[in-house]
Write a protein that binds this ligand. Structure first.
Ligand code: CA
Length: 241
């Protein structure tokens, strides 16, 4: 077993931030907490850096001098499906948060935020990401097969390319098939055990997951039976098939 400190030491973080004070603060703070941190001040520099070195985490400011942060999130999400993307934004408009999550970000923090909160979020995300269960059998949900060990989702042997959080969300619901799963359980299991505040990220990810399932069914050459995810107003969701 690796120690938590050694485990954290393996994680490479790319900070994309044009503000000198925040960028330096993040880089120093991450390094003193056993992360490897590289700091890019522009979107162009970040894209170049990400193409040279494999990163585990992207901390992404949305307001950059040369590019829109959302375009960077979209590009890197496509190139690196397993990259953990956390948006750092001074924008408090809901629409920006939704756009960020839709562009492929896993989470967001609204500035100003404390380093302690950022580190807690990182730990929770990374712990969940490495906590795989290699001996788990694939879960069959009607015509959908969820192979949690391989992190693959198949419909008639065609792979659905789910984003990490969409996959995790489907997995938690599948592990409770037929049961009502409260929103709080989904937030703590899929996002952060210490989550607080908005659950908008859950709604956005759920909408994206439903869209992907519907698209896969529509694109399937054979009739496809998919699990249904029912919204339980004021409570949560239930998956059944
Ligand atoms: Ca900025």
């Amino acid at each position: 077993m690796r120690t938590p400190a050694a485990d954290r030491g393996r994680h490479r973080v790319l900070v994309v931030e044009d503000d000198d004070t925040i960028g330096r603060h993040l880089q120093t703070g991450l390094r003193s907490n056993d992360y490897t941190a590289t700091w890019s001040r522009t979107g162009t520099a970040a894209l170049t850096e990400a193409s040279l070195t494999p990163y585990d985490v992207l901390l992404l400011d949305l307001g950059l001098p040369d590019m829109d942060g959302l375009a960077i999130a979209r590009t890197l999400r496509t190139r690196h499906p397993d990259l953990l993307i956390i948006i750092l934004t001074a924008r408090t408009d809901d629409i920006d948060v939704v756009a960020g999550l839709d562009a492929g970000a896993d989470d967001y923090l609204v500035k100003p935020f404390s380093l302690t909160v950022l580190l807690a979020r990182l730990r929770a995300h990374l712990r969940r990401r490495t906590a795989t269960s290699p001996l788990q059998d694939p879960i069959h949900l009607a015509d959908l097969v969820l192979d949690t060990a391989a992190r693959r989702c198949l419909l008639h042997n065609e792979e659905l390319h789910l984003r990490p959080k969409e996959f995790d969300l489907l997995t938690v619901l599948a592990q409770h098939t037929g049961e009502a799963v409260p929103r709080e359980t989904l937030m703590s299991e899929v996002w952060d055990e210490n989550w607080f505040g908005s659950t908008k990220t859950l709604d956005v990810t759920m909408a994206a997951l439903r869209r992907r399932l519907a698209e896969a069914a529509a694109a399937s050459p054979r009739p496809a039976r998919l699990p249904r995810i029912t919204t339980l107003r004021g409570h949560g969701y239930r998956l059944e098939y």
